[in-house]
Design a protein around this ligand. Sequence first.
Ligand code: FEO
Length: 382
Amino acid sequence: MITDDILYLGVNDREIDLFEGQYVVPNGISYNSYVILDDKIAVMDTVDERKKEDYLANLEKALGGKSPDYLVVSHVEPDHASSIDAFLQEYPDTQLVGNAKTFQMLALYFDRSFDNALIVKEGDTLSLGKHELHFIMTPMVHWPEVMFTYDSFSKVLFSADAFGKFGALDSEEDWTCEARRYYFNIVGKFGMPVQTVLKKAMALDIQIICPLHGPVLKENLSYYLDKYQIWSSYEPESEGVFIAYASLHGNTAGAAKQLGELLNAKGCPKVAIADLARDDMAEALEDAFRYGKIVLAASSYNGGVMPFMEDFLHHLKGKNYQKRTVALIENGSWAPSANKTMREILSQMKDIQILENCVTIKGAVKEEDIKGLEALAEALMQ
Ligand code: FEO
């Protein structure tokens, strides 16, 4: 129960192997849906059809024999909208509420028409009785049709994917880490639209945020809004250095770890390290955004850079990576080429400062290489 007359209908999915076909979710994920029980009854989104039976059972129980008047569709992505057909089979008289884009996009996913539609636009309202729903268009957070709904009676913001996180609701984990991984990997490219939405949200009196994934947020809302402010502005969140490495035979990995030790010895507030071949790429991307300084350490390969590093850099570029200080370490036994390739990809990003003290190792890490790493650590600490 969210309030006396707003109920949670969502489901946990712990069986999914990869969310959106690419993200590991060790603690699963929740698909959230809500119902507002008033003179008129509005359901806020459905869930992934993978869980439609559980969902429809939750809905039936919450409705207590009544039928919904409206189904508000905040987001057409299948993890929220693919049960709409099953929903309408059970409750065929329900009116779908969405914007013009919502219905254009539903047509891409369903080979049927949605004739009983209420098309809303920015600023439109819908009265359910006591509850009044205000529709706020939030395009590209993170799809073009996305909209928020603000219930001015209960002061609840239904925020689509925003403020969501990976992890089923019964998993014991902190919000921030999995919300950050979710944000940068799924919404990260769209910082500007998120900033626009935050301005709109600041104008509202919000007591509760109901996202489409993760827990309902009821307390200390400024914490979550502040995180979104930092993340969407691409500013570093934490002091420290993130070291990402891709190593063929362990020498580059050794150099990366040695640099980490040197930084720790110099009192660096935090050193995070990821092996791009073995660790979760989505978490590495999250850490690259979290810290203001990153080190990329890679073996040369095929006249370029080891593919895991190339892949990582393309992920960063795709997510609008910017405003960071970068240090480079390459290894190349007879023809080092990694730094040149990394520089080329970095040059396609905004506001990236590459430190001059780049290190080139040829084979094993030797005494003179340690001196280079020492100088690099010094430069990173400044
Ligand atoms: Fe949770 Fe963009 O779907």
